[in-house]
Design a protein around this ligand. Structure first.
Ligand code: SF4
Length: 181
């Protein structure tokens, strides 16, 4: 009986998970009904009530960052991250870009107490709308845990493959795992 319940839950997760990340054609940056709350962009025309270029630091998670734009509506936020490159026919954003966006979700929630519903990663040809799901947050926290463990002990295993590493800036520079594939 338990065996069938586990399989059922697994398939439900498979059905739900892809909807957390949706690829779409480029549309305008600002989400409808939201107003600008924070930006890392340079401007001579600064508006009252908008935070500019501040490093956002979460003490709870010990992570920091500067998202390109945060928009706010009541107590909810929408994060925008711009990327200069293209994504072409890739079905998902680059893993590092996705983790960066999820990290911003956590930082904003911890720092300002606002709920982040969604974010968008905008490449120069397509964009991805990403929901702030428990699965993605857990994935990021586990990745951070692994990274910190590796930094502390020098021990760990790399999930190294052509697909996983192809956009990584560490490939054939500081990371030697890829050379041993
Ligand atoms: S190149 Fe190295 S650091 Fe980059 S994803 Fe692959 S294993 Fe990880």
């Amino acid at each position: 009986m338990w065996y069938f319940i586990i399989i059922f839950i697994f398939f439900i997760c498979l059905l739900i998970r892809p909807r957390a990340i949706k690829k779409c054609k480029l549309k305008k940056i600002a989400p409808l009904g939201y107003s600008l709350f924070y930006t890392d962009q340079n401007t001579n025309n600064r508006k009252n009530g908008v935070i500019y270029k501040k490093i956002l630091y979460s003490e709870k998670y010990n992570i920091q960052g500067k998202p390109d734009f945060i928009y706010k509506k009541l107590n909810t936020c929408y994060v925008i991250e711009l990327k200069s490159g293209t994504i072409k026919d890739e079905p998902m954003p680059h893993t590092g870009d996705l983790m960066q966006l999820i990290a911003y979700f956590l930082i904003i929630e911890d720092l300002y107490g606002y709920r982040v519903k969604k974010g968008k990663i905008i490449y120069s040809d397509y964009c991805f709308v990403v929901k702030n799901t428990r699965y993605l947050r857990k994935y990021l926290l586990n990745t951070l845990k692994d990274m910190r463990y590796m930094l502390k002990t020098g021990k760990g295993t790399a999930n190294c493959s052509f697909v996983h590493c192809k956009h990584c800036m560490c490939k054939q520079t500081v990371c030697t795992f890829y050379d041993n594939l």
